[in-house]
Each structure stands twice: as C-alpha cells, then as structure tokens.
Design a protein around this ligand. Structure first.
Ligand SMILES: C[S@@+](CC[C@H](N)C(=O)[O-])C[C@H]1O[C@@H](n2cnc3c(N)ncnc32)[C@H](O)[C@@H]1O
Length: 332
C-alpha cells in the first residue's frame, strides 16, 4: 500500500497544516515498528509535495516534536525522523542567512505552501502567507469559511453546472481553483476570482499558475482581476461573462465595508437582471456584526436563506468543525 494511503488522514492534515493538537494522532497504532515510522515520515515531511513546495517550517518542526513525544518510550527511532528535523534546521539557517542578506520585509519565509488533498493523488497547492494579516490585507491565506464553502459546493455540484461564477474577496484563490480542478469535472462555466487587494490578485495569479498548465485556456482556467467594491462601476465587465453565481467567503467582518459590499451586490444583481444568486459563507466571530449585515441585505430587498453546512464526516477539507461557519443563499 502507498505510504500516503496508509496514513491518509495524517497525510491530508499535515499537507494543509491542520492544527497539530487536533490531528488524528489516535489513528497511529503504538508502539510503531521502524518500517511504520519510515512510512509515516514518507507520507508527511518526506512527501514529494512537501519536498518541492514545503509547508511552513515551524509547522514541520512542531509536527516532528509531537511525533517524538508520542514515540518517547520507543527504543528504536527511524533515522528519517531525525533527518526531517535536521533538514528543517538546516533550511532555517539558510533562510536566516538569506533574510540577513536582503533585510527585506517580504523574505521567502513569510510565505509557505499548503496542499489541499481532494482525493488520493489529487490536490490543490496554494502559496499562502504565514501571517493572518500581511501587506495590508487578510486575504493572503485561506480562511475556514472558504473551506466550508468549498465543501458545500462539492456537495451541491448541481448549482455549478454551466454557471458562470464570480467570487468577491477571493483572497488566495482556493474556491476558483477548486471549481476548475481537472479531477472534479464540475462542468462550471467561466470562473472569475476578484479581490480589492493588489497583493491578493498577484498571489491568486501565482496560485492559478501552480495548478493549471495552460493559462491561455480561458475555459479550463480560472480568471482573476482586481475589483474593489467601491469601484464596481469602473470594472471592465464587458471582458467577462455575466455571472450566474456569486461566491464570497469571510468578507463580512468590517462594518466600514458593508455599504461598499452592498453597492457591489446591487450593481452585479442589476447587471445580471436578478438572474443570479449568491452563496455567502461567514465565520461567526461576532453575531452582532453578521446580524447587522443580514438586516442591511433585507433593506436592499434581498431574500436570505440559510444553507446546511456539510457535516465533518462528509467533508473533503480538513477544517475545525467546532468553528461555526454560516452559509446563506442570497437572491433578489
Ligand atoms: C478574510 S479575507 C477572506 C479571503 C478568502 N475569501 C478566504 O475566505 O480565504 C477577506 C478578503 O476580502 C477582501 N476585501 C476586503 N475588503 C474589500 C473591498 N472593499 N473590496 C474588495 N475586496 C475586499 C480582502 O482583500 C481579503 O482578500
């Protein structure tokens, strides 16, 4: 059996940097034979995805430390465990030397990769910031709400067939890359990812290039563009298909942006002559903030219907299901 399949859950969790303390450690049968230890490292730190596009170094260190804790009573430990630890330390000193040399605020160590495994052998690779907020935006990493909406879309693929999709505040680009992923054959129409932050659009472009071979094939590849909600009328709409489905994940948190977001929705719903709907996923951090936005949607004559979240056991993505995410469908 392939090492990744043998430790499928830990393999999937490691590659997308799922919190170490919530990982499926209980799936390991202790004590572990040397061959088992080798296979676990091969499915995680030693996996080729991590070799080519490494996940955050501090995450890899924390993973190995936790593994060593679990194996503390073992007489024999496989060399690959130590090698992966030493490899990380060696890379750390190289990175430190590089950052000393450049003294730039955007050294390579402020970004790392995450791999979202969809099914054995199929994955999405994204470059993401190691910080939740950087370069003046929250969009350079993927948030829980995007993962929840991704699961919802995979479970309701019928909503996508033949539909042109527009995402607002798309951040690092996970959803659009998912919708066009070859392995899923979702039959979606044009996918346009937008964000108001130039660094996000740049990162999305990079991430699209990581996951699609033929960037000129506008049918098979998601498109991306800069769109600030307060500049919606200035956007070059004629270059793109009129959207049937709007998506947005974790964009309702800053009350100063509510009017702009509503203005953008009004504009786009007018453009589509109301023949479109929107799926909005929001992490419930502050109930009042979300409630205020829902009230404003009603004032703007939208109908809002709650959608059922995908349960943990049917989920394709590793996410913390204790963090509440609300998904609603918006029509006018
Ligand atoms: C918390 S991030 C969510 C990113 C992504 N949707 C996700 O869930 O992973 C919010 C995103 O909304 C974008 N955003 C915030 N205000 C905006 C505005 N006025 N116009 C366009 N995009 C905006 C930010 O740049 C950021 O990418």
């Amino acid at each position: 059996m392939d090492d990744s399949n043998k430790f499928a859950k830990l393999h999937q969790q490691f590659l997308c940097c799922y919190p170490i303390n919530k990982m499926a450690w209980s799936t390991l049968k202790l004590p572990m034979e040397l061959e088992e230890q080798r296979a676990l490292i091969a499915a995680t730190c030693g996996h080729e995805l991590n070799q080519f596009f490494p996940v955050r170094r501090s995450y890899q260190e924390a993973f190995v430390k936790r593994l060593l804790q679990l194996l503390k009573d073992h007489e024999d430990l496989h060399d690959d465990i130590f090698d992966s630890m030493c490899g990380q330390l060696a890379k750390a000193s190289l990175d430190d030397a590089a950052s000393d040399a450049t003294s730039s605020s955007t050294t390579t160590s402020s970004y790392a990769y995450k791999h979202y495994v969809l099914q054995p052998g199929q994955h999405i690779t994204l470059r993401e910031s190691n910080s939740f907020v950087s370069e003046g935006t929250t969009g350079l990493c993927t948030w829980e709400a995007a993962l929840a909406l991704a699961d919802y879309l995979l479970q309701h693929a019928n909503l996508l067939a033949g539909k042109h999709v527009l995402e607002l505040g798309a951040g690092a680009g996970l959803l659009g890359i998912l919708l066009k992923h070859r392995s899923l054959q979702l039959q979606v129409g044009q996918v346009l990812l937008t964000d108001g932050s130039a660094p996000c659009v740049q990162l999305m472009r990079h991430n699209i290039a990581l996951n699609f071979k033929d960037l000129d094939d506008v049918v098979a590849t998601p498109q991306c563009a800069e769109l600030r909600w307060n500049r919606v009328a200035q956007f070059e709409w004629s270059k793109y298909a009129i959207p049937d489905l709007l998506l947005a994940a974790d964009v309702v948190y800053d009350e100063t942006q509510f009017e702009w977001l509503l203005q953008a929705l009004d504009y786009i719903f007018d453009l589509a002559q109301n023949r479109c709907q929107m799926l909005l996923a929001s992490t419930v951090r502050n109930v009042d903030t979300l409630h205020k936005f829902m009230v404003k949607l009603e004032e703007h004559h939208y109908q809002v219907t709650p959608c059922a979240n995908v349960s943990a056991c049917a989920s394709h993505f590793c996410r913390d299901h204790t963090a509440a995410v609300q998904i609603v469908c918006i029509k006018r």
